[in-house]
Write a protein that binds this ligand. Structure first.
Ligand SMILES: [Zn+2]
Length: 73
């Protein structure tokens, strides 16, 4: 499941990511990037204050997009 871009401008970026922690019961978390820092609305990020799987998912997504862009140019 690809993250969905909600906002992407010079203020920052926001993504919607499906969290498949419970099979058949996905919940949506928001991942955003502001002042060079990643944030996520999931409990994992909130309690442990470190990069969670959703942030990694978004980073991978951006990397793939960037690779596609390089191929097209
Ligand atoms: Zn998260």
């Amino acid at each position: 499941m690809n993250p969905r871009i909600l906002i992407a401008d010079n203020q920052g970026m926001m993504f919607e990511v499906e969290s498949a922690s419970e099979p058949g019961n996905p919940n949506i978390v928001n991942v955003f990037y502001e002042d060079m820092i990643w944030f996520c609305t999931c409990p994992d990020f909130h309690f442990r204050k470190r990069i969670c799987k959703h942030i990694r998912q978004v980073e991978d997504f951006i990397d793939r997009k960037y690779e596609e862009y390089k191929m097209e140019v």
